[in-house]
Design a protein around this ligand. Structure first.
Ligand SMILES: Nc1ncnc2c1ncn2[C@@H]1O[C@H](COP(=O)(O)OP(=O)(O)OP(=O)(O)O)[C@@H](O)[C@H]1O
Ligand SMILES: [Mg+2]
Length: 260
């Protein structure tokens, strides 16, 4: 498993997005002071339950790596108090001040557009799109919707981002993790790819075998790698990942039914 690089934010560039978390782009450098590029940084002061949203970003990133779902290179970004005094805008400065310490960043890619939910999915991307849907089932990500695709797009490249609202089952009281039915995956009927994939035969064969191969060792490795600064990992996360692996065929059948 790949360890994420640790970088320092050294210069504020801009605020991103229209949502509540207001990620910021920072110029970063490595521990030897070498420039490391710009990172879109999800701030601990902006995400759900402070660091827990960052924990979900971290775990989802490693699962995207495992499942080969296209995603951005990521890094752990340290913000120091000193940096905040260089930010002119008072509101942004206060926002960044609440995020001193460790944060989660993805390499900033200019020139990408947000995927438009009504767009036709090019044939060359249909398998990737189906796998992204299946990935969202695995991480129970309710936040890749028609109005908030959280997908970057350029030419024939699609990239997933924004997983701080994944693992939504954690909020459900009394959920039987082994009970898979269409209600459990109902959120996928609002998925950003719902229109584009509707009526298509979803090619999930490779995804299912990768899911079946998700070892307990891999699950433990990812959970154990979560930096303590991102909070303790709920035992429900590894339990869910094991349960979805054991029910892989049922889950994929439910997905196919939703996109029928
Ligand atoms: N690494 C990146 N490179 C380029 N653009 C990015 C990157 N990370 C985020 N963005 C852009 O910033 C937007 C906001 O980021 P993100 O989705 O993580 O936060 P958010 O609070 O959910 O905002 P929104 O509600 O606007 O989606 C994304 O929708 C995307 O357009
Ligand atoms: Mg978003």
């Amino acid at each position: 498993m790949q360890a994420l690089p640790k970088l320092d934010a050294v210069e504020f560039r801009k605020v991103l997005g229209t949502g509540t978390t207001k990620p910021c782009v920072f110029q970063c450098e490595d521990s030897s002071g070498k420039p490391a590029g710009e990172y879109a940084t999800k701030l601990r002061g902006g995400v759900r339950s402070n660091e827990i949203g960052l924990q979900y970003e971290f775990i989802a990133w490693h699962l995207a790596e495992y499942f080969n779902v296209p995603h951005l290179p990521a890094a752990l970004i340290t913000i120091e108090e000193e940096l905040t005094s260089t930010i002119q805008d008072r509101e942004v400065r206060e926002h960044v001040k609440k995020s001193i310490g460790l944060n989660f960043g993805t390499e900033f890619r200019a020139g990408f557009n947000t995927w438009v939910a009504d767009d036709t999915i090019p044939l060359s991307l249909q398998k990737t799109a189906a796998e992204i849907v299946a990935f969202d089932a695995v991480i129970e990500n309710v936040d890749r919707k028609r109005d908030k695709p959280n997908l970057l797009f350029k030419g024939d490249e699609l990239l997933v981002l924004d997983h701080e609202l994944a693992f939504s089952f954690i909020q459900t009281v009394g959920l039987n993790l082994n009970n898979w039915n269409s209600k459990r995956l109902e959120f996928l009927s609002h998925h950003a790819f719902q229109r584009g994939l509707k009526g298509k035969a979803l090619d999930l064969t490779d995804f299912v075998s990768t899911l079946r191969g998700l070892s307990n060792k891999m699950i433990t490795g990812i959970c154990d790698a979560v930096p303590p600064e991102f909070g303790a990992v709920s035992a429900k996360i590894p339990a869910h990942l094991k349960a979805i692996r054991e029910n892989a065929t049922t889950v994929m059948d439910i997905i196919r039914e939703i996109f029928k």
